[in-house]
Design a protein around this ligand. Structure first.
Ligand SMILES: Nc1ncnc2c1ncn2[C@@H]1O[C@H](COP(=O)(O)OP(=O)(O)OP(=O)(O)O)[C@@H](O)[C@H]1O
Length: 537
């Protein structure tokens, strides 16, 4: 929390100063009110009028400070929330491919939305309120001390009680807060899954499953939130009672002072307002301290990496000889090997196919080559060097990957191909030609600027795949890994794409395919046939 407050210190400081001044002035209004009452009791009309004007001006200053506070507070919250989300994104970039996929995307979504909202409610807003409350307490205590030293003593004792009592509950709130964050992430993930499966459920007439699924996820999220609120507010109510008891103690003390003629009636009347301010302020401070404790698990979860993303060192040399897979064994689960003592050689500029039954580990091998699954036994050499010496980011500088399930962003075809990078018209035309996408674009009125819809739903399966191929080709990496990248294409388009890939002498191609005709097989330098959990022929 401190990290973000420091990061946005100019606006945080400005908002805090406004809050402190506003509450400090509020205490002044109480002192002015004592003076007004005294003026009345003394029958001094001039003093009474002047003090009324002073009171109005002080209240005006309070209001102006509160308006300025709202402005700075809003800006500070916006900046801190942005910083939180930026750090969360940077944290994700620090994860390996495997680490990233351990959590579901719904859980990440929950962090970017729910958790940031919770932090705003339980940390940022209370922080600024606490500034005002602390000012109210400090100025109030100073004002009380100026009235009588006994009031100072009793205020300090009560302040200590109110500050230390919430600490007794911080551990419990931390636990409840952690459970609440986890439950929210789980619920968002479940709702996201149901939304993604909307078509399937409607198709099979499972409307009830859709609504009851949302219902269950919502209830579990709300239950966790309810538990957190009950705990937070319950402790808050207890603290409010302690505060009320303290106020009664002060009234008794004031009674003793007035009975002994140690303070005037006007002072007695005005002191009540100052005391109420002090104890309400103390009550707020202790309640907000409770809120900070509850927000801690959210910070622990989100600030995976509070700092700037470290960009990897991109010093991967261009491939000279080839990639060698030497005695590689791998299983996602130790007890269930997928690849066993596998050997293969992919020479620079060579064209290779991987075939084999479903589930035998073809995609797994590509992921190992991409550096996504470093936990294998054996060696994969990039020329003479172990690929584990390189980061996946370095490897991917020289490799393009066309995945089995194409992902398209909800933007235009152009953006999906370029990913925001600038390419010349010639580069674009070549990529469109070699991916057999040019024909499709000719039939689209907006051409490259056609929106693809959410997850590319406005395109056919084959068109989506051609966009992914164009994306891989335009980025012009010398090694291309294709995971059934032409499976959704009709024969004519598959021929165009495969011909262009096979005829490019600079391209090292490793292509997974289930269906290779003998004629097509002959065009590859080697076809590796994988068998389940065993070897390559
Ligand atoms: N992330 C994962 N966690 C656990 N198991 C996995 C994971 N990914 C794949 N597997 C399992 O590993 C095995 C090999 O999967 P892989 O995707 O490499 O097969 P494949 O040969 O490419 O199959 P297909 O031809 O059907 O695409 C399968 O049994 C699969 O269930």
């Amino acid at each position: 929390m401190k990290y973000y407050l420091k990061k946005c210190w100019p606006t945080v400081t400005a908002a805090s100063i406004c809050m402190v001044v506003a509450y400090g002035l509020q205490v002044c209004t109480s002192l002015v009110q004592i003076q007004i009452t005294q003026g009345l009791l003394d029958g001094d009309l001039r003093a009474f009028t002047i003090r009324i004007i002073l009171l109005l001006l002080t209240w005006l200053a309070v209001v102006l400070c509160l308006i300025a506070e709202t402005f700075f507070h809003g800006r500070a919250v916006r900046r801190m929330n942005n910083a939180l989300r930026r750090d969360m994104a940077a944290g994700l970039l620090h994860k390996t491919h495997q680490e990233y996929h351990k959590q579901e995307s719904g859980e990440y979504l929950s962090q970017f939305t729910n958790d940031v909202n919770q932090i705003e409610q339980m940390a940022w807003t209370p922080f600024f309120t606490i500034m005002g409350s602390a000012a109210q307490v400090v100025f109030g205590i100073v004002a009380l001390a100026s009235i009588h030293w006994l009031l100072l003593v009793i205020s300090l004792v009560i302040a200590l009680v109110m500050i230390f009592v919430p600490r007794l509950f911080s551990k419990r709130l931390g636990t409840v807060g952690t459970a609440c964050a986890a439950s929210q992430a789980d619920s968002v993930s479940k709702i996201k899954d149901l939304l993604a499966g909307y078509d399937v459920l409607r198709f099979f007439g499972k409307d009830e499953r859709f609504t009851s699924g949302v219902d269950a996820a919502s209830d579990s999220m709300e239950q966790a939130k309810y538990k957190l609120t009950i705990n937070k507010d319950g402790i808050g109510c207890g603290l409010a009672y302690v505060s009320a008891v303290c106020q009664v103690a002060v009234v008794i003390l004031l009674g003793v002072l007035i009975l002994n003629d140690m303070i005037s009636l006007a002072t007695f009347m005005g002191t009540g307002t100052i005391c109420a301010g002090v104890y309400n302020g103390l009550n707020q401070v202790s309640k907000l301290a409770v809120s900070f404790s509850a927000s801690k698990p959210y910070f622990d979860k989100i600030t995976i990496h509070a700092g700037e993303a470290q960009l990897p060192d991109f010093g991967l040399p261009t491939l000279q000889e080839g990639i060698t897979v030497k005695d590689v064994s791998f299983g996602y689960d130790e007890k269930k090997p997928i690849l066993v003592h596998m050997n293969a050689e992919f020479k620079k500029g060579g064209k290779y196919a991987l075939t084999g039954p479903s589930g035998c580990g073809k995609s797994t091998l590509l992921k190992i080559l991409l550096g996504w699954l470093p936990g294998y036994q054996g060696k994969v050499l990039y020329d003479e060097r172990d690929v584990r010496d390189y980061t996946p980011e370095q490897l991917q500088q020289k490799m393009s990957y066309i995945e089995q399930n194409v992902f398209l962003f909800n933007t235009t075809i152009r953006e999906n191909i370029t990913l925001g990078e600038h390419f010349t018209d010639e580069q674009m035309e070549k990529a469109l030609r070699d991916s057999a996408l040019a024909g499709d674009l000719a039939n689209m009125p907006k051409g490259l600027d056609t929106p693809v819809g959410e997850e590319g739903n406005a395109l056919s399966g084959g068109q989506k795949q051609r966009v992914a191929i164009a994306r891989a080709l335009i980025h012009n990496r010398s090694i291309l890994l294709v995971d059934e990248g032409t499976s959704a294409l009709d024969q004519k388009n598959a021929d165009i794409v495969e011909k262009s890939l096979l005829s490019n002498p600079d391209l090292t191609l490793i292509l997974i395919s289930h269906h290779l005709s003998d004629e097509r097989k002959a065009q590859f330098d080697h076809v590796y046939e994988l068998t389940p959990a065993s070897s390559i022929v």
